[in-house]
Design a protein around this ligand. Structure first.
Ligand SMILES: [Zn+2]
Length: 349
C-alpha cells in the first residue's frame, strides 16, 4: 500500500499553508497578548541572535538574500523549461519558511504600541514648531563649526568603532518611559554588499531580521552615516517602525559625546522640521535654509550631489532638492507632520 505519496504536500498544499500563515499572523497582529509575546521573544533572543553573525566581517544576511534569489530564479527557469508546475513547490516552500521566519523574528514588532502613546502628544502651534526649528538650526551651526573636516571641507567620522560603541552605551541610557527593552550588548553593523543598488535607490541602510545584522551603505555622505548607524542599531534594539527607529536613533545620538554623531542627528531633525514647517510657512522655511552656515550649506550640497550623482529614484529623508521640498503647497487647516516630527515635538515640548 503506497500511503507515502499522499502524505507529501504538493504545490497546492504549500500555497494553502502560505495563505493560512497570512491569516494567522494577521489575526495575531490584532491580539495584544500575541504582539506582546513576539515583542518579548525578540527581546529575549536578540543578543543571542546578533552574536551568531557578528563575528563575520561581511553581511551574511545579504548573502542569504542572494542565494534565495538565485534559487528562486533557478526553480522558475526549470518550471518554464520543462513546462511543469512541480518546481513551483520548491518556491512555495522557500516562501513559507521565509514568511514564517520573518514574522516570528520581526513582522509582529510593527504592531507594538506606538511610542507616541508614551509621550505628551499635545497639539502644537505653528509658533512652537518654528521655535524648535530655530533651536535646531542654532544647535547645528554651533556643532558644525567645531567638527574635523576632510580635504573637501566635509565632516569626518573620526573613529567609527568608537561611535558604534557609543550608540550601544547611549541605548542603555534611553529614558525608561520611552524604552523599557533589554539592552543590546554586541555590535553587528556592517557595510551592505548591495551598496551600489542602495545608492541608486536612496536607501541609506537596512536591518536584516533573519541575521539581526544592521547594514549600511558605506558610500553615503559622512553627514548621514552616523545617524544612519544609530537608526539601524535602533532596529536591533527592537523598534520596527521606520520613524520610531529614527527617533530612538536621534535620542541616542543627540546626547552623545561624539560631535559628528550629534551633528548628524541634529541635522536630520532640522531637515525634518524644515520640511514640516514648509507646509505651513514656505517663506519661513526658506529663511531658515538661507541662515545655514556656509559649512552646513556645503554639507547639504554634498548630500544633494550624492543623490543626483546616483540618479536616486527614491529620494532619501528629505526630497531631491531644497526647491522640490519647498514646492509643496501651503496647506490650510490641520496638517499631519511626519511621525518623526510628532515624536520629536512630543519629546521636546
Ligand atoms: Zn530603518
Amino acid at each position: 500500500m503506497d500511503t507515502k505519496k499522499n502524505t507529501i504536500p504538493n504545490s497546492k498544499s504549500w500555497a494553502i499553508i502560505l495563505v493560512a500563515q497570512f491569516l494567522l499572523f494577521f489575526l495575531m497582529s490584532k491580539l495584544d497578548f500575541a504582539v506582546r509575546f513576539f515583542s518579548q521573544l525578540f527581546d529575549w533572543k536578540k543578543n543571542w541572535h546578533i552574536a551568531q553573525f557578528s563575528g563575520i566581517s561581511f553581511s551574511i544576511g545579504d548573502l542569504i538574500y542572494i542565494i534565495l534569489g538565485v534559487l528562486i530564479c533557478y526553480f522558475l527557469l526549470l518550471s518554464i523549461k520543462f513546462r511543469t508546475s512541480k518546481y513551483l513547490k520548491h518556491i512555495l516552500i522557500i516562501g513559507n519558511i521565509f514568511y514564517f521566519t520573518y514574522q516570528i523574528f520581526w513582522g509582529m514588532l510593527y504592531f507594538q504600541p506606538p511610542i507616541i502613546q508614551k509621550l505628551n502628544n499635545k497639539k502644537i502651534t505653528d509658533e512652537e514648531i518654528k521655535k524648535l526649528t530655530i533651536k535646531y538650526l542654532n544647535l547645528c551651526k554651533n556643532e558644525r563649526a567645531v567638527l574635523n573636516e576632510d580635504k573637501n571641507g566635509l565632516p569626518k567620522v573620526l573613529d567609527f568603532a568608537r561611535m558604534k560603541q557609543e550608540i550601544i552605551n547611549q541605548q542603555k541610557l534611553l529614558p525608561k518611559n520611552i524604552c523599557s527593552k533589554n539592552s543590546v550588548d554586541i555590535i553587528s553593523i556592517k557595510p551592505s554588499l548591495f551598496n551600489s543598488f542602495m545608492s541608486k535607490t536612496g536607501i541609506l541602510g537596512y536591518y536584516n531580521p533573519f541575521t539581526s545584522e544592521a547594514n549600511y551603505n558605506p558610500n553615503i555622505p559622512s553627514t548621514q552615516l552616523p545617524f544612519t548607524t544609530a537608526h539601524e542599531m535602533s532596529h536591533q534594539l527592537g523598534f520596527a517602525r521606520e520613524q520610531e527607529a529614527s527617533f530612538i536613533g536621534f535620542l541616542c545620538a543627540h546626547k552623545s559625546q561624539i560631535p559628528e554623531l550629534r551633528y548628524s542627528a541634529n541635522l536630520y531633525a532640522l531637515k525634518s522640521l524644515i520640511k514640516a514647517v514648509s507646509y505651513r510657512d514656505k517663506r519661513f522655511a526658506e529663511l531658515i535654509l538661507k541662515s545655514f552656515s556656509p559649512k552646513m550649506k556645503r554639507d547639504i550640497e554634498n548630500e544633494l550631489q550624492f543623490v543626483n550623482r546616483n540618479e536616486g529614484i527614491v529620494n532619501d529623508f528629505f526630497g531631491v532638492t531644497n526647491d522640490l521640498f519647498l514646492k509643496s503647497n501651503q496647506q490650510q487647516g490641520s496638517i499631519t507632520y511626519s511621525y518623526f516630527v510628532n515624536l520629536l515635538i512630543a519629546y521636546e515640548i
